[in-house]
Design a binder for this molecule. Sequence first.
Ligand code: UTP
Length: 226
Amino acid sequence: MRIVITIGGSVIIKDHNYKKFQDYATVLRDMSAEHQVMVVVGGGSTARDYIGIARDMGASEAICDDIGIEVTRLNARLLITALGEDAYPRVPYNFSQAHEFSSLGKIVVMGGTEPAHSTDAVGSILAEFVGAELLLNATSVDGLFDKDPNKFPEAQMIEEITPKDMMEMLSDKDMKAGTYEFLDKTAIQIIARSKIRTVILNGENPENLKKAINEKIGTLIIPNPE
Ligand code: UTP
């Protein structure tokens, strides 16, 4: 099975600790023995720091996004380093490159592509582009919650949701560089149209990625009925 995995920067680069990269590499290697694995890595607090500096100097949102993209690619390089021989050695800059690199059977790891969306959107477009059967979104919480679980202890995890209901939850959020908290509009729209099976799960424990293949875990996004 072809699986696309997006790993939030807030998960993988959070502690600036090499162990998280190695733990992910171990799980991804295991998964790639049976599946074709492609990974998209986010920028995390490092991207937000860089974007903040650029914004303080009056840079446009598009330039800020572009700086964020560079950071996601750096994080992708760290994961490639952790994967060693099992990864394709270069970070693809676009979807056709990613598709091409995957033809050699190695794990492909990329970051962002162009301004105005998140790496979650990149993951959903990549999944559509390569015809993946499963999209796994590794975040810092257990799944999608009805409100921010870091701010509201009473927040409830949603086990299943349609893209339409997710869009409604997003409708009052803004679109500034570095501010996305969960799947952005582009990601949701692509998931809706490609009808790809998508699971949002807790990436603090990378083993959850393996679990999501066979078990019910996190939040399942069910594409809208026709
Ligand atoms: P992400 O917001 O995707 O990083 O990219 P992230 O680390 O996964 O976010 P967390 O972990 O959920 O908090 C960082 C920034 O890079 C720009 C955006 O500004 C984004 O906020 N970016 C990234 C793009 O503009 N285009 C891309 O394709 C990817």
